[in-house]
Design a protein around this ligand. Structure first.
Ligand SMILES: [Zn+2]
Length: 134
């Protein structure tokens, strides 16, 4: 992970960056028409609009994927800040305080859970966080 944030937030960030980039490119492309650069300007505008539209389509895809992922994400209560956060996969960071959370029972403190080890694979996503007992 690049931004040290939770995976759901990172997906949203990429979607936002793609949207902004696409819009910026389309605005820059309009300069080719506004400042009347002739045929070159018109092709420049068309090119920028096409790339910008593709970037915005990609961002929609990213947003859609993020939405799908967040419905399948596990909602857990963060042991650090007590807020509900969403996890993707077995390890992720809290969306609010960036604490690393894990569903893997081998990362759990010994006295935290009596939950049996989930079966291999992502089928057994029980809320078994690395949890400090209160
Ligand atoms: Zn937290």
């Amino acid at each position: 992970m690049i931004f040290k944030s939770s995976k759901v937030n990172e997906f949203r960030l990429w979607g936002l960056l793609l949207t902004m980039g696409g819009m910026l490119l389309m605005i820059v492309g309009l300069a080719g028409i506004v400042f009347d650069w002739g045929t070159v300007g018109r092709w420049f505008a068309v090119f920028c609009a096409a790339i910008g539209a593709i970037a915005m389509l990609c961002s929609m895809g990213v947003y859609f994927a993020a939405g799908m992922l967040s419905t399948s994400a596990t909602v857990v209560q963060c042991p650090e800040c007590d807020r509900m956060t969403k996890m993707l996969g077995k390890t992720d960071r809290c969306m609010y305080c960036k604490t690393i959370l894990s569903l893997d029972p081998k990362h759990a403190p010994k006295d935290s859970g009596d939950a049996p080890a989930p079966p291999a694979g992502d089928a057994g996503l029980e809320t078994n966080t690395a949890h400090t007992p209160r």
